[in-house]
Design a protein around this ligand. Structure first.
Ligand code: BYC
Length: 329
């Protein structure tokens, strides 16, 4: 709740910037322009609060749902050491969700409201986690390239204006950079292995390439929120700028391993300094983020199951005086 207003009221009333006290807005914007952080107790426009809540909440959901595709490989990872490493990574991702839910809570929306919005399909989470990790190589590509994309985004935005989100991002990035090394090691192992392993990792790259291109969000000309978020230094770079930064860093590394980018048009234009590529299918992106991807239903049903079956644990933790007996099934 925000004072007497529920999140839904905020969504419906969503005070526009013009309706806010102009003096307060000017002071707020001057603070951001001066590079100062906004903290939870500070005055902020409703729209800033609403936008941050939306973005941090989606990010938290992405971490918790993001644990699922790789999580399915914990029991099947090749060898005990890889099982241990993957288990630690997945645990980290769930920990990131906890940090981010806490940061989002400082803006007024309760964790319960956020979890409900996730399992009821109201909130979004990253497109990439609605695809299956079919082989061990898929889990390697996720850990390398999706974590790489996440780092590009999060290192940039950790310099942003909202204190609790920036601090959470900084801490998350330390762990993500470790995940990246783990993912790179797995991909190198496969790419320098037997012909079957090379084929497996190439096929995984082919499957994940388009979702990875989608990961940074729609092209700037189609982005709804970028302008406002950049003005308030929540986003420090646009979707296209982040995508370009990722391509700049990782295309050479992918090529170095002898892997092929499944887009014959991919090339760096040395005159503009920009990567040119075939535009990924943005209709597919829209379908996936709006609930109609290959695994959306499965992902949310796992979360619903966890919520339902884990209720007694929460009750036991929250009411320490009471005695609980765990349900048998
Ligand atoms: N997926 O106006 P736009 C991880 C939506 S987890 C789904 O450009 P914005 C990991 C967008 O929400 C790290 N939806 O939006 C975890 C908006 O819809 P609504 C995940 C997307 O906010 C476990 C609409 O499209 N990272 O790495 O300016 C294991 C219009 O877009 C996506 C974050 O969450 C997408 N990819 O920019 C391994 C980073 N892109 O809300 C790894 C935080 C766009 O109006 N988020 N949409 O209904 C951000 O940086 C920004 O929100 C985005 C989008 C760049 C993603």
């Amino acid at each position: 709740m925000y004072g007497n207003l529920s999140v839904i009221d905020i969504d419906n009333q969503g005070k526009k910037l013009e309706q806010e006290d102009p003096a307060k807005v000017a002071e707020f914007e001057a603070k951001i322009a001066a590079g100062k952080k906004i903290e939870p107790q500070d005055w902020m426009p409703w729209e800033y609060r609403r936008q941050l809540t939306r973005m941090i909440e989606q990010h938290a959901h992405s971490e918790i749902i993001g644990a699922l595709p790789e999580g399915t490989w914990i029991t099947r990872a090749p060898g005990f050491r890889r099982k241990l490493a993957l288990m630690a990574k997945v645990q980290d991702e769930v920990g990131h969700a906890q940090l981010l839910y806490s940061a989002a809570e400082t803006l007024g929306k309760t964790r319960e409201e956020m979890v409900n919005d996730l399992i009821n399909g109201k909130s979004k989470y990253s497109n990439v986690f609605n695809y299956p990790a079919i082989t061990w190589a898929d889990s390697a590509i996720i850990a390398w390239l999706i974590d790489a994309g996440a780092i590009v985004n999060q290192v940039t935005n950790s310099k942003g204006s909202y204190g609790p989100y920036c601090r959470a991002l900084e801490r998350i990035c330390y762990e993500e950079s470790f995940h990246l090394k783990y993912g790179h090691d797995n991909v190198v192992h496969l790419a320098t292995g037997t012909p079957t392993q090379r084929q497996m990792v190439q096929e995984a790259l082919n499957r994940w390439w388009e979702p990875i291109m989608h990961f940074f969000g729609p092209p700037d000309k189609m982005s709804v929120h970028t302008e406002k978020l950049e003005r308030w230094k929540v986003k420090l770079a646009s979707n296209d700028q982040m995508r370009q930064a990722f391509l700049d860093m990782y295309i050479p590394k992918i090529w170095e391993l002898g892997l092929t980018i499944p887009d014959p048009a991919m090339r760096k234009n040395n005159d503009t300094g920009r990567w040119e590529y075939t535009e990924p299918d943005w209709d597919e992106f829209k379908r996936v983020i709006n609930g109609d991807g290959p695994c959306n239903e499965e992902r949310l049903s796992v979360r619903r199951y966890a919520e339902e079956k884990g209720k007694w644990v929460k009750r036991a933790l929250l009411n320490k005086q009471e005695r609980y007996v765990a349900p048998l099934a």
